[in-house]
Design a binder for this molecule. Sequence first.
Ligand SMILES: Nc1ncnc2c1ncn2[C@@H]1O[C@H](COP(=O)(O)OP(=O)(O)OP(=O)(O)O)[C@@H](O)[C@H]1O
Ligand SMILES: [Mg+2]
Length: 405
Amino acid sequence: MATSTQGFEGGQIFNRTELATRLAKQVLHVSPTSASSSGLFLAAPRRTGKTTFMRADFAPALESQGARVIYVDLWADRKADAGEVIVAAIRAELAKSEFTLTRLAKSIGIAGAKLGGVDFSLDRIGLGRDVSLVQALAALSDEAKGPIVLIIDEAQQAITTQQGNDAMFSLKAARDDLNAAHFGLRVVCTGSNRDKLAMLRASKDQAFFGAPLIDFPPLGEDYVKWFCDNTTDLPAKLTVELVAPLFRQAGNRPEILGSAADQLRFDLSLKLEDVERRFAEVVEGQIAQANDDLLDVFHSLTPIQSAVLRVLAATGKGYAPFESRTLEKYRTALTDFPSDSELSSANVQQALTALQEKGLVWRAARGVYAMEDDSLSDLLKREGYLEGLDDGTESTKPPTRRMRG
Ligand SMILES: Nc1ncnc2c1ncn2[C@@H]1O[C@H](COP(=O)(O)OP(=O)(O)OP(=O)(O)O)[C@@H](O)[C@H]1O
Ligand SMILES: [Mg+2]
């Protein structure tokens, strides 16, 4: 069990060394009967520690097993095109070695390349440029003389733009080339929504067809123990028995525990005997607050936006926004608002665009929609807003809360 602590960008985290080592081994060792040389997809809900694990545990584990790691976060800059971000990461890796860059330049007929010089600019590497991603990664592979692992965090963003899709196809070509003739390329993708990640591997014309998609294990009791052991500045020690169920209730999100401990730290009148009760109250309060915040956004939608969102949330995978069956469901969801029962495809399109702008709905470049955050679907379901919408039945429970138009 991994229980060590180590500095990570200024903070202390719970390291998951054993999990990282095991996963790294699986990714690097490809058996003849495995499809994981296609890449590996890891899904886990928002704010549960994917990025922390990738950077603090997984990348070092891969490196210690001889791989060269390139990490790309497609959410690092929400405005940048995902394709550009992937290209930039590969360029940056190449820029680390003047030798490799020079050799690459010579291979395309530019003699005497200089890093940062006029003879060969990094701009010449990229999609549709002089040097393709395949050539760039092959050059890196020959330099590394070992496998390269490209970790793409929030990989679903790649299929929201044409350039991102193109980058994924280039990576597939690079993987085939490096696995056949160089030292191997593995692509590991993470994301917070299974359905979205599945689109990167589901159909034959997708770049990573058939690659395994697994649920990334959430932080568990060993993390909770580490948290209790390291929360030493409260009047009483927290126990795993108290915190573990609260952590599960909080969707395994470390921040909720962390900020509850902070609140107690600043409660100067807190007595030893009240620590456990107060900690539980604060965690539960935070969960309720997070849900209220989500519902506030939901209640600020127009009736059509609300109907479209609820039908999407209820349908999930396979949602077809403009099919007559789906239009029927919007009407069911709209029964409380007769004035809005005029419903056209244009209205639906407008609502989807507005929902996308509000960050509630996600759209792949080829027009497939999904909920941006699964936790909103879960919450709407728990609150009864999706009743009658998921199986084509007529009745829908009228919303129990206020609706603004
Ligand atoms: N192993 C850990 N030990 C301590 N804290 C952690 C650990 N993993 C994650 N956290 C904390 O939880 C929060 C969320 O972590 P992180 O950003 O890695 O999650 P994520 O799943 O990548 O989130 P997002 O869905 O926003 O991308 C951060 O504040 C981070 O410090
Ligand atoms: Mg993340």
